[in-house]
Design a protein. Sequence first.
Length: 142
Amino acid sequence: MARVTRKGGLVAAREVDYGALSWYPELPGIEKWEDIHMKIMKANGGQPKAGRYVKAWAREAGFAPQDITFTWGLWNYQEGDAAIWAKSWSDRALHSSYATTSLDKGISTQKDLDYVSETWRNWGETEGAFIIIPSGEILCRV
């Protein structure tokens, strides 16, 4: 990327690290969701823990260490936002490529997906529920 970016330009990237999520309440169904999600990402050729790799990837792409700023950011869904996040994942667990890929690749069963969906629904209705989703971030100067 350094080679094809104009002198004086910037390259920025942000990637979630699904291996570093944190949520409350700690429910086994959300752990199941995370496990399925990470397996789907790997099956599709992705890296579910990409956030921790972005700096190394910038180095591999030709950026010098002094030209890379690496930070962590996070999404924090709580209260009303947690309910929206929960509704989204409750639906997606059953009616999205998450569901079809998981079933088609033998990563989960329909029973697993039903369990994940129900857990998300219950989680979103729990007072004090939150989820923190960290992302590794790079800003590279050329």
